[in-house]
Write a protein that binds this ligand. Structure first.
Ligand code: NAD
Length: 249
């Protein structure tokens, strides 16, 4: 049996670290040729096209250089994103602008540059990285949640616009995942071990999500065998969004 992404080309934004790196690894393991679009060098085996998703010229050039290198583009994974902490009063105008530019407009820029190439593919998909914060009210995440709610709405609108062109658009919504990002957050806490326990307890399965689990969900949605999955938001959150458990005795 041939690998399911054999012959296909993928770009993964934010593929230098955490969830994006796991996605790039899995797509490559399953046969795709992968370009990582990131501000940072991925320091792995993937082809790196330096890219700041907040900058249109940078995105256009990275997508074009991917197509120049590999000759086509089939799979886009819009994963790059940054965090923001605080309630609605805590973030400056500059932080609001920066988070929006990376987390939301960044996905639109990459999609805009990729669409002409995706239209030529018979296995085209875009998968955006949403979050449990897209749908659940989390404390001290007002700005971040606003951007991730926008990712969910954007995903559905994009899916409607492009389904008849044969381009499937979906998103994945992880719970708290064990990545360098969350590691940085824990280090800032007064008691990192207690903070980690609190984050684990918040998820019904009692642990953090792994980057590899999120990658498998992205691969499912990108897999051309799953063409009937369109405009969906696939949670990978240990039940955090859907379940209401009684407290443990
Ligand atoms: P991470 O910080 O480990 O990796 C993020 C990557 O994005 C880095 O390689 C970084 O260099 C890159 N990046 C940042 N700004 C960029 C820009 N302007 N242009 C290009 N690349 C840029 O983070 P992660 O935890 O792997 O998160 C990845 C995605 O998953 C984000 O969209 C995040 O919102 C989402 N997410 C994470 C969690 C979690 O708990 N870790 C939960 C839900 C959703």
């Amino acid at each position: 049996m041939s690998a399911r992404f054999e012959g296909l080309v993928a770009v993964v934004t934010g593929g230098a670290s955490g969830i994006g790196a796991a996605i790039a690894d899995l797509l490559a393991e399953e046969g795709a040729r992968v370009a990582v679009l990131d501000i940072d060098d991925p320091k792995n085996q993937h082809s790196w096209h330096k890219c700041d998703v907040a900058d249109s010229a940078s995105v256009n050039s990275a997508v074009q250089s991917t197509v120049n290198q590999f000759g086509r583009l089939d799979i886009v994974v819009n994963n790059a994103g940054i965090g923001a902490q605080g309630n609605v009063a805590d973030n400056s105008d500059e932080e609001w602008t920066r988070s929006w530019e990376i987390n939301v407009a960044g996905m639109a820029r990459v999609a805009r540059a990729a669409l002409p190439h995706l239209k030529k593919s018979n296995a085209a998909s875009i998968t955006n990285m949403a979050s449990i914060a897209s749908t659940a009210g989390l404390q001290q995440r007002a700005l971040y949640s606003a951007t991730k709610g926008a990712v969910l709405a954007l995903t559905r609108a994009m899916a409607a616009d492009h389904v008849r062109e044969g381009i499937r658009v979906n998103c994945v919504a992880p719970g708290t995942a064990d990545t360098p990002w969350v590691g940085r957050l824990l280090q800032q806490a007064d008691d990192p071990a207690a903070e980690r326990l609190a984050l684990e307890a918040r998820q019904p399965h009692g642990r953090l999500v792994s980057a590899e689990e999120v990658a498998r969900a992205v691969a499912y949605l990108a897999d051309p065998a799953n063409r009937s999955s369109v405009g969906v938001c696939l949670p990978v959150d240990g039940g955090m969004e859907a379940l209401r458990l009684r407290p443990q005795q």
